[in-house]
Design a protein around this ligand. Structure first.
Ligand code: SAM
Length: 280
């Protein structure tokens, strides 16, 4: 198969720049450029979009995004050892790639980009979940980004896309599916990474809906789901105690039995409950 660009193979790049993988930074690199191009394609048509990539590392996915014709890529990488390798890519794609040496949890780089914006990342799993929750956070909707294409531990990917009643169903599913279309678009075995992680991985693609599926105040829905799933095995009348003075009446007014458990409620029911709670 032909190479996706004229740059050297990633194994050579890593050896030349001494990029031994650091566990503390969750560094499990993808060296197969056909695979990174495939992940980039899962993000949709990039030719008309600015792309925010978090955690480019030696730049395998970055090269995929640029080879797929991204209008512009802003890459945020915490590990300064990766900068020379990323500079080489920037030279190959003049004016297309900007690299920020920063911790993605400390900055908000979205303001530097022009919509439509697609966010793509192969990140350490804990950072990925934290950023996903922030990107789904209360605030104006639709958000400034139009899609998220993120690598997760497979078990987390299943939690994001889970249906009510399933073991994986929880707060992450409700918050993600309320305002996005979320789908697992690729599964990867540990051997796809160097070094291989202990678990299987999956790429989740989330497209922002133009409006929420059901009306609710984001802040209230975030609070209700946090409290309900914090004690997921308890009946709602117990787990939601203290949320409002008359919570049992609010639950009934939302058309839900106070004896039901959080994992049994659909997205629509959670939104109805959030509307009732918002009434006080
Ligand atoms: N995208 C590359 C690939 O697919 O091969 C690297 C993936 S590796 C799983 C995760 C990358 O995220 C590493 O390069 C790591 O240094 C970087 N990283 C970890 N924590 C970060 C943070 N808080 N902000 C920005 N980058 C981070």
């Amino acid at each position: 198969m032909s190479a996706i660009d004229d740059l050297p193979p990633l194994r050579d790049v890593i050896a030349r720049h001494g990029l031994s993988a650091r566990k503390s930074l969750g560094q499990n690199f993808i060296l197969d450029l056909n695979l990174t191009a495939k992940i980039a394609r899962r993000a949709g048509d990039l030719t008309n979009s600015d792309v925010l990539e978090i955690g480019p590392g030696p730049g395998g996915l970055t090269r995929g995004l640029l080879a797929e014709g991204a209008r512009r890529v802003l890459a945020v990488e915490k590990d300064s050892r990766c900068l020379p390798a990323l500079e080489e890519i920037a030279r190959e794609y003049p004016g297309k790639l900007e690299v920020l040496n920063a911790d993605a949890l400390e900055i908000d780089p979205l303001a530097h980009l022009t919509p439509p914006i697609r966010i793509v990342a192969n990140l350490p799993y804990n950072v990925g979940t934290e950023l996903l929750t922030r990107w789904l956070d209360p605030g104006p909707w639709p958000p400034v980004w139009s899609s998220l294409t993120l690598m997760f531990q497979k078990e987390v990917a299943q939690r994001i896309t889970a249906a009510p009643g399933s073991k994986a169903y929880g707060r992450l599913a409700v918050l993600a599916q309320w305002r996005t279309e979320a789908q697992i678009v690729m599964e990867l075995p540990p051997e796809a990474f160097t070094p291989p992680p202990k678990v299987h991985s999956a790429v989740v693609h989330l497209t922002a809906l133009s409006e929420p599926r059901y009306p609710a105040e984001a802040k209230v829905l975030f609070r209700v789901t946090a409290q309900a799933f914090n004690q997921r095995r308890k009946m709602l009348r117990a787990s939601l105690k203290g949320l409002t003075p008359n919570i049992e009446d609010r639950i009934v007014a939302a058309g839900i039995k106070p004896t039901q458990r959080a994992e049994e409620l659909s997205l629509e029911e959670f939104c109805a409950l959030a509307r009732e709670v918002a009434r006080g």
